[in-house]
Design a protein around this ligand. Sequence first.
Ligand code: FPP
Length: 255
Amino acid sequence: MTNPSALLPVPTHVAIIMDGNGRWAKQRGLPRIEGHRRGVESVRTVLDAARAIGIPVVTLYAFSVENWRRPEDEVGGLMDLLETFLGREKSSLLKNNVRLRAIGRIEALPSRAQAALRDTIAATAHCTAQTLVLALNYGARTEVLDAARDYAAAVVAGTASLDDTASWEGFARHLYTRDLPDPDLVIRTSGETRVSNFLLLQAAYAEFVFTPVLWPDFGRAELEAAVADYRRRERRFGQTGEQVTLSPALAPTII
Ligand code: FPP
């Protein structure tokens, strides 16, 4: 919905479902892994653009819990790309003061990818300008199961109480994203209009932008267009449009 009176601020957290690498490759008669390789270039471009726009947190859906079902060589290729990306990107993350985080069942990734990930996360832990979150072996339903288990274990250990679930914030402390703001904007490329088990709870009040552009063709102009689209919207958080216009700073109200 359009808010004629004011633009929303630049989103604090943009989460992206990077889709269309396979189709990009197929259109060119290339193997699927070439699409993923080109997709890594888009990751670099988009991270630079997000920094220039002033987006503090970017989450990228790089590998879902369902992606293990892909052909073995594609899964292996994606893990190799991840490892190479982390090796090459570490110095640039440090130079740009970017903290790396990962969400998902990281312990199930191949050991070399895991080691590269843990190394870069530790090396950039002190960085404060921007946070890059990689969703790896991630699924929202798996996240809820892990959070419920973590919460139950904390209750048994006496470090959490049953009263914690009286508020969403109490339970959210057990999600992978416990130290991250909710996404304001979720972008999905390639024309698909599904959420695919991505940040289902955190995106409860997010705005969505679906673009037909395939991920390898998604660059700075496309990110700027998605952010501009977002900024023209009106976020209501369960309130009326009039309430939001009168008091735009009101905290989100759960319906
Ligand atoms: C979806 O396209 C994309 C993925 C499942 C993987 C995304 C991975 C990358 C962009 C590269 C690795 C990322 C990092 C951060 C190193 P698809 O293959 O489903 O495309 P299709 O729907 O056209 O087949």
